[in-house]
Design a protein around this ligand. Sequence first.
Ligand code: FAD
Ligand code: UDP
Length: 520
Amino acid sequence: HWLGRKDYADLPAYAAGWDVALMPFALNASTEFISPTKTPEYMASGLPVVSTMVRDVVSGYGHLNCIRLAKDAAGFVEACADLISAPDSARMAWRAEARDCLADKSWDGIAGRITRQIDSALVTRRIADLAFPASGPKAQHHDVLVVGAGFAGSVMAERIAAGSGRSVLVIDKRDHIAGNAYDHHDEAGILVHKYGPHIFHTNSRDILAYLSRFTRWRPYEHRVLAQVDGQLVPMPINRTTLNRLYGLGLATEAEAEAYLASVAVPVSDIKTSRDTVVAQVGEDLYEKFFKGYTRKQWGVDPSALDKSVAARVPARTNTDDRYFTDTFQCMPADGYTAMFARMLDEPRITVMTGTGFADLPDGITWDHLVWTGPIDEYFGHRLGKLPYRSLRFEHETLPCEQAQPVAVVNYPDEAVPYTRITEYKHLTGQHAPLTSITREYPAAEGDPYYPIPNDAAQAMFKRYDALARACDNVTFVGRLATYRYYNMDQIVGQALATWRRLDARWQSEALTGSGAVAAE
Ligand code: FAD
Ligand code: UDP
């Protein structure tokens, strides 16, 4: 039967009246390189196919039971007879086989994959452009110089350029953008965080909405286990932790609350991190989970550290084992660096990585400075050096698909030199036969990562802050410049608020004609 041209929509109805579909293509020069869409079309309509040995049918579908290959007329007859006499169960199996084979072959699916590949290639190229600028800044004068390309600097630069319409030069002494949130593919092709695990979490819809201009998100809820007494148990301490560690059968929140109340140590005036913990969970849990970890992380006993540090991980009486309880918890779908690359991809922004403030080439001038580096460095440490805690990161790729059950395992035992091990694939959702991990070793010397929340350091910071407030043409913003132990979302919020104030000032200066005169 030759039915002539038919609409796609009618194909299933026609196919339903037949047992086998035929592809008797001649094998000659004009069919040597064809890839007949007829094969998947027949398969999609639920029929087995007998075809001549067309190259793409052989290589793409020849391995399937629902596809038979025949060299001549006799071969076709034999294959058809065999297919027609097959039982219903075989037909069902062919259809399942066809569905599996065709699942990733729709035009929309293929177009979507190509688009994603192009997007990711463009982002990679943009990152490369930003990380290694071919030449220095084109213009020598910039309205604003931003020192530091982390969250604080990049948000400020984006707002000042796109929101206030001013030209911005962003510099960073590291050879990349994104500050501590920088991620990249390591030699094994695994997306890793160079400066330890960064998990985005916030309660602010506005902050999430702002960052969503530059990234899509991957839903991710962070879970941490702690290695204690030879077991991996949930951290922050929750009801499961208590039951596993002490062999208890606490079934309700009230029972867990009563248990914690029975072991808690009354502290009249909670001042230190030790006070916070023992008042909540008592001495034994303090020793097991907090004492060693904090002494390693901060180089001092929890009794010498502000209460706010350990208060970041309060114990729970329920079985919620998420590390954070914020409303929004997610990871940038293409990673942090890609998000920063889009944020800085603004015609009024020029980026120079590998350039410290002290080594800026001669002749570069600006009207206003945004400083996101350490505040004491800006003032030449004239009031003394502010203390910061540093970390050494040991990155390793392991020859297995998964190294640990969750993204982060904490090691509170003081005998273990590192504090935690991170396995990135849990955070990023990447699939690969290998996996990459990072061990964090706290250190006194090195890059400044953590401002130290104690009274002496805060007192010194306050004196620097007074100097900063007197600098009319310099804005201090970020974790190092405002000396605060802030998370990423808090820094984004701080930078957005700082920009709003700066923009309002510029607008009122424009109205009154009282523009600030460059200090440099
Ligand atoms: P940074 O990211 O430190 O950026 C400052 C930049 O300024 C740096 O790139 C630096 O090279 C540059 N710079 C400094 N001085 C100069 C100079 N003189 N000249 C040129 N450039 C200079 N937050 C979360 O929300 N979730 C997490 O899971 C999380 N995990 C963390 C894990 C670790 C190990 C650490 C250390 C921090 C973590 N944070 C996390 C906090 C987060 O890293 C910070 O909130 C955020 O990076 C602060 O951004 P920033 O721009 O203020 O500082
Ligand atoms: N902490 C601890 N044991 C843990 C986890 C945290 O003692 O298993 C203490 C430690 O002092 C740490 C602080 O709680 O510095 C805050 O923990 P968080 O995970 O917020 O630290 P960050 O991710 O900022 O390094």
